[in-house]
Design a protein around this ligand. Sequence first.
Ligand SMILES: [Zn+2]
Ligand SMILES: [Zn+2]
Length: 111
Amino acid sequence: MSERPTKDDACPYEALTPTTVVCPSCGQGTLVPARGRFGPVYKCNAETKPKCKFQLTSRPTGETCQYQRENDRACGALMVEGTKTIPDRCSDRDCPNRNPHKLAPQKTRAA
Ligand SMILES: [Zn+2]
Ligand SMILES: [Zn+2]
């Protein structure tokens, strides 16, 4: 079996290193790079049935979100790596910390 190059090979997910971050959805797999529809994603690798569908579009940092939600509890969702302009942020779309750059002033990290 030879691997035939396809145009999808432009997607560099294979160059990314697997994380040791445990899947918060099933608690069994870890999040590993995979090919996503719009570039690399980090997917749960658990062999569960039905298959765990958890995935993130940014690399998880291994930290959890400490943002205080309305119920006064820390959010607890996985944090993912930010970009040059956006700091590390929450993976939960419903969490205000998803857009930390829009929250009240925070320390800006020098590049
Ligand atoms: Zn999972
Ligand atoms: Zn959060």
